[in-house]
Design a protein around this ligand. Structure first.
Ligand SMILES: CC(C)(COP(=O)(O)OP(=O)(O)OC[C@H]1O[C@@H](n2cnc3c(N)ncnc32)[C@H](O)[C@@H]1OP(=O)(O)O)[C@@H](O)C(=O)NCCC(=O)NCCS
Length: 260
């Protein structure tokens, strides 16, 4: 197994989290590709893990924290590490050491680029991206917000710990209408899927629903609201981990419309 740089050959697979087999992920549209186009000139790094036959089974994506989803400086931030674990498509590559190799390679790369440490996020509960996996690899918790744990591994004694950007958004409601607000960043296909599903769902309700999109790839906007990927149906918040189905989003909007 070896860790390789992302090349044009694997770009389309990376844009869909190595899940070309999934019809669901196609709903995410081309936001990831657009995001990648913009961020690759801002220090974004993507590495892939390939097995002995050259088959790619895992990926890691990290970038300078100054452009990332937490507050900090001189650190790199792991947006995503994913080793394909589904039976479909390329198959299950988990528990063969790919995740460990990808993280090690990313840390070595960040050090060589002069970073003072690596930051990463995880979930305190044992599903999706587990914070405990990073702890096993020497990361320490520095902050947490609503179950999202921020961890880091300093490389030098003068490294400054990162912090979460605090959630600040309070939905503004319009009397006589349902307000649907979609925060979309582009980085995460699950977030992009949530946005696209919501956009489709609101179409069913005509002028009873006000739909607005807030692009959080603008750093100032992300700091202003403290949100990256999220959907608000009036005050009800939905998050993309994993993204709620189209039917669920539509049902929640319908419930609010009924109450008008
Ligand atoms: C967390 C994750 C990256 C780990 O990747 P991985 O390739 O399975 O990790 P590794 O193989 O390096 O390590 C996993 C385990 O396999 C074990 N292992 C590693 N190599 C092994 C081998 N050759 N044989 C048997 N076991 C092995 C490790 O000891 C480790 O054990 P642990 O679970 O007790 O810690 C992967 O499980 C994943 O992608 N999970 C989902 C994460 C996610 O939701 N990402 C989206 C975020 S945007």
């Amino acid at each position: 197994m070896k860790v390789i740089d992302l090349t044009d050959e694997h770009q389309q697979a990376y844009f869909v989290c190595l899940e070309e087999w999934s019809d669901e992920i196609k709903e995410a549209g081309d936001h990831k590709e657009m995001w990648h186009r913009e961020m690759k000139d801002k220090g974004l790094r993507v590495k892939l893990a390939a097995d002995e036959n050259g088959q790619v089974g895992g990926m890691i994506e990290y970038m300078p924290i100054e452009y990332g989803f937490a507050k900090g400086s001189d650190l790199y931030f792991v947006n995503c590490i994913w080793v394909h674990g589904h039976k479909q498509g390329r198959g299950n590559f988990q528990k063969r050491g790919m995740g460990t190799a990808l993280l090690q390679d990313a840390e070595d790369d960040a050090k060589a680029l002069g970073a003072k440490g690596m930051a990463a996020w995880g979930i305190s509960l044992p599903f999706w991206m587990k914070a405990s996996w990073f702890k096993k690899h020497g990361y320490k918790k520095v902050d947490s917000q609503r179950g999202l744990v921020l961890l880091w591994k300093p490389f030098s004694s003068d490294a400054i710990p990162p912090q979460w950007i605090r959630k600040k958004y309070t939905p503004e409601l319009t009397p006589g209408k349902v307000t649907v607000t979609s925060f979309i960043n582009g980085q995460c296909p699950a977030g992009n899927m949530l946005h696209e599903r919501a956009k489709r769902a609101v179409n069913e309700f005509g002028d009873k629903v006000i739909f607005s999109t807030i692009n959080t790839n603008d750093r100032e906007v992300m700091h202003q609201y403290g949100e990256k990927d999220a959907l608000y149906i009036d005050t009800k918040k939905l998050t993309p981990g994993p993204p709620p189905s189209y039917k669920k989003i539509q049902r929640l909007i319908a419930k609010r419309v009924k109450r008008l």
